[in-house]
Design a protein around this ligand. Structure first.
Ligand code: AMP
Ligand code: MG
Length: 332
């Protein structure tokens, strides 16, 4: 299969929306990472996502919608979920709620719940409006590898395996959405940290007079492979440290949190930096591009500095992804 990369022209957007309605896959930009989209109401189209990504069938998909009204067609909302959708949509927050019958089992891996999100990226929103169907869209990369934040990253992993990529430039947030299970409206569970913190969720609900607890331990029956010990991983073994040493073995790539000032550090070719300014926003935006660039160099190993304490919700999300990226491989 030949993979076509489309610039975001009005004609291309119409064509890609028609392709989605016709059951084809389209990789497209969202504000978090690039997603591999299919019509969420078409089980055959969704099956293609699992094939292209080599994704196991027990890893449920997040469904993208234009707004709360469209979301309510797919899941049973409670008051807490409505408050969160009104406060944070469009944006990087996925809500897990009891699904309605129209959602195919393949989307939810047979679970009674579905994850829903309304993306903020203007191109994702235009495609959603033109396609007039909800779009199931996990990250557009082979299962388990580093997520893509540019169209070139999508091609690196999926060229020849998908028909279309919409090129919308680099993603603004750079790490995947916060996922929160709202099935029990008094006891929320953050399944995956992202740009929106547990505290922001609690505050938004408190402002509307809802008092809730926010935990992070998934219910026993929850299938959430995004929470696997190993995920988001480069091929090169990765070690996490609080503070990396600037010099050392040229066969080891070193990823610093923040730019170093010493000339020796700047001259070394085995060194990478997540943020020039020390901001977690910038580090999140560059994280996956840096991991991919470092991985492509064929080092024997990578050492990466964790986000420092005080880097906020994004620092926590970055450290969550880095922990899994460094996680022990279960196979080989
Ligand atoms: P991604 O591959 O980034 O789109 O993320 C998909 C992840 O969303 C899965 O690996 C799960 O962790 C999570 N997810 C999707 N649907 C559900 C659901 N119904 N219940 C719990 N987690 C879900
Ligand atoms: Mg993924």
């Amino acid at each position: 299969m030949k993979t076509r990369v489309h610039p975001p022209t009005p004609a291309a957007l119409r064509r890609l929306a028609a392709a989605l309605r016709g059951g084809e896959l389209v990789a497209l930009p969202t504000e978090t990472v690039y997603g591999l989209a299919a019509n969420a109401l078409d089980a055959r189209a969704c099956r293609k996502i699992f094939t292209a990504k080599r994704r196991p069938a027990n890893d449920p998909l997040i469904v993208h919608v234009t707004d709360l009204r469209a979301a309510e067609q797919l899941a049973e909302f409670n008051d807490a979920a409505r408050i969160l959708a009104r406060a944070f949509w469009p944006g990087p927050l996925s809500l897990v709620l009891p699904k309605r019958p129209g959602v195919p089992a393949i989307v939810t891996s047979g679970q009674a719940t579905v994850a829903l999100r309304s993306p903020a990226h203007p191109l994702a929103r235009r495609i959603l409006r033109l396609a007039r169907v909800p779009l199931a869209a996990p990250s557009a990369n082979p299962f388990g590898y580093v997520s893509p934040t540019t169209a070139a990253h999508v091609l690196d992993g999926l060229a020849g395996r998908i028909p279309h990529v919409l090129d919308g430039g680099a993603c603004a947030v750079g790490v995947e959405s916060t996922i929160v299970d709202v099935t029990d409206p008094r006891r929320l569970i953050v399944l995956r940290p992202g740009a929106i913190s547990a505290r922001e969720l609690r505050n938004a609900l408190a402002q509307r007079g809802e008092s809730v607890t926010v935990g992070s331990k998934p219910r026993e029956q929850t299938l959430a492979p995004g929470l696997l010990d190993q995920h988001y991983s480069p091929h090169t073994p990765l070690n996490l440290v609080a503070h990396a040493k600037p010099k050392g073995d040229p066969n080891v790539g070193v990823i610093f949190w923040r730019k170093r000032r010493s000339r020796a550090a700047r001259a070394a070719t085995n060194q990478f930096v997540l943020t020039e300014s020390g901001s977690a926003t910038e580090a999140a935006r560059t994280l996956y591009a840096v991991l991919r660039a470092a991985d492509a160099r064929g080092f024997a190993a990578l050492v990466c500095e964790k986000a420092p304490a005080g880097a906020g919700a994004l620092g926590e999300a970055i450290n969550d992804r880095l922990r899994r990226a460094a996680g022990k491989r279960r196979r080989g």
